[in-house]
Design a protein. Structure first.
Length: 272
């Protein structure tokens, strides 16, 4: 039995874009009763419109919703200060509020929406149920509310909890933004293949399948990523020649440190 089936109250999802939509799909796939779902979305997609015909309540007035157990906020962080006031009526002092907005602090969420706040950062593989989310709870969040938040977040992948909210900006930079770094790797690997003489279509397929397959191998293996890399690398071989460039003084390590630092700084700036 899914933990989501233990939820007795109403779950309100504010924002049903890509990530919010992925969460909604995950909840329904894990057995959450569609009649317990409310979506607040001013511009609903055809998919959300279809779910509304099946039982999801779309854009009801707050006073028409009974027993709100959790408010899940999946709006763009830049829109939150404007949207937050409209979300306040959906949250009482005892309501669980789960935010997946980058750079939006627990303190700001408590100020704007009230409730018992869990701040979380998922990533886009949530769309296929393979995301990873890191979450941190405010002190007033009860054990039962934390379990509810965990059930809601687990529907889109694995969940890790931290106790220090200050870690969330770096989490955003590594896993929240991380899929874009991997997609860029596939993009640039294909471009390099073309530069080496491969037809564009073949280079793209080779790069895409190599990145996808390597990711799946990493997922299934108990070995460290460094060990998997070493297993591919024969001394004096072609891989070693490439890694000498990638692991050089101005190579991938320094680029990644700078990239993650830039994303971390931006996450912090969003909170201001």
């Amino acid at each position: 039995m899914s933990a989501l089936q233990n939820i007795t109250g109403t779950i309100v999802l504010a924002g049903a874009g890509r990530m919010g939509g992925a969460m909604l799909t995950g909840w329904l796939a894990r057995g959450l009763d569609i009649r317990k779902l409310v979506v607040i979305e001013p511009s609903p997609s055809p998919e959300i419109g279809g779910l509304a015909k099946k039982g999801v309540r779309l854009n009801p007035a707050p006073q028409d919703i009974e027993a709100i157990e959790a408010l899940v906020i999946a709006v763009k962080p830049q829109s939150f200060r404007e949207a937050g006031a409209a979300l306040k009526p959906f949250s009482a002092s005892s309501t669980l509020v789960v935010s997946i907005m980058a750079g939006t602090t627990i303190a700001l969420l408590e100020q704007v929406c009230g409730g018992s706040v869990v701040r979380a950062m998922p990533n886009t593989p949530a769309a296929i149920g393979r995301g990873i989310t890191v979450a941190v709870a405010a002190k007033k969040v009860s054990a039962a509310q934390r379990a509810t938040a965990d059930a809601l977040l687990s529907a889109i992948g694995s969940v890790e909890w931290v106790e220090n909210e200050n870690l969330m900006d770096a989490v955003t930079a590594v896993s929240g933004s991380g899929p874009a770094y991997v997609f860029l790797l596939a993009e640039e690997l294909a471009r390099a293949g073309v530069a080496a003489g491969l037809p564009a279509e073949l280079a793209t397929k080779l790069a895409r399948e190599t990145v996808a397959g390597s990711g799946e191998l990493l997922h299934r293996s108990d070995l460290a990523s460094a060990t998997l890399r070493q297993n591919v690398t024969s001394p004096g071989g072609t891989t070693a020649a490439a890694l000498e460039v990638l692991m050089g003084k101005e190579g991938l390590q320094q680029l990644m440190i700078r990239a993650v630092a830039a994303a971390t700084a931006r996450s912090k700036a969003l909170a201001k």
